[in-house]
Design a protein around this ligand. Structure first.
Ligand code: FE2
Ligand code: FE2
Length: 233
């Protein structure tokens, strides 16, 4: 399955693996500090880590420098590669997740994961302050999304996902693709939980959304949030 890495900003790369059979891409977000330490949001599947590692190296970066891992919820595509990262990282690895998720991570991977509170801000390096927004039951009870304050980027995990390959940042209106995914996969919870999460997300000024499946989104952010609030399911 093809795996590609895209440079989005001087200090942000998106690695994406497309699985033909299900028509879905799986994205990992690599944020780089001035001294080339890596914070990775979503690890991807364990079996895909060697491809991710090769792609990171092709950008002049080193998997040995992975210092922080952000896990938006306890699911294989979000945290499966943690054992492989533990093998290659030469840093004092820190893993951040929702408190419920950290129980599972500590028990299974023995990583001493750090629980983050709702709306807690952690500066992982200069110029990268990450705000962790709990989005309970969207679509797991330990879910959260991550807002990069300086860049006004939301890493939205399984919200705003679309089928198809990652193609960069799409400034066209993708609402049909986003809604199609919601109805076809039937993966979102009750309106109450979803609306609560969307309201919390909307409090932040967002220029770009990067979901973990599909392309980045811009230009229509408020419209996407409001449209999801009007859906019936
Ligand atoms: Fe998920
Ligand atoms: Fe996912």
């Amino acid at each position: 399955m093809p795996s590609k890495i895209f440079k989005i900003l001087e200090n942000l790369y998106v690695n994406s693996i497309f699985i033909d059979k299900i028509g879905l891409s799986f994205n990992q977000f690599i944020v780089v500090s001035k001294d080339k330490k890596i914070t990775i949001i979503e690890t991807g599947f364990r079996n895909d880590f060697s491809a991710l590692s090769t792609n990171i190296t092709s950008c002049g970066l080193s998997p040995e420098n992975i210092e922080n891992v952000i896990v938006p919820h306890f699911e294989a595509d979000e945290m499966g590669a943690i054992p492989e990262i533990l093998k290659v990282s030469k840093q004092k690895l820190k893993v951040y997740a929702h408190p419920i998720c950290t129980f599972g991570l500590n028990d299974i991977f023995n990583v001493r994961a750090k629980p983050v509170n709702d709306n807690e801000v952690i500066s992982v390096f200069e110029g990268c302050s990450l705000k962790f927004i709990h989005t309970k039951h969207v679509h797991q009870w330990d879910s959260l999304v991550v807002y990069w304050i300086e860049q006004k980027i939301l890493f939205s995990s399984d919200l705003f996902i679309q089928k198809g390959e990652f193609t960069g940042i799409n400034d066209e209106n993708c609402i049909t693709e986003i809604i199609d995914s919601i109805y076809k996969e039937n993966y979102l919870p009750s309106r109450t939980h979803l609306n609560h999460a969307l309201d919390k997300i909307k409090e932040n000024k967002i220029n770009i959304i990067f979901p973990m499946h599909g392309s980045g989104l811009s230009h229509h952010i408020d419209f996407y949030i409001d449209s999801l609030k009007e859906l019936t399911f």
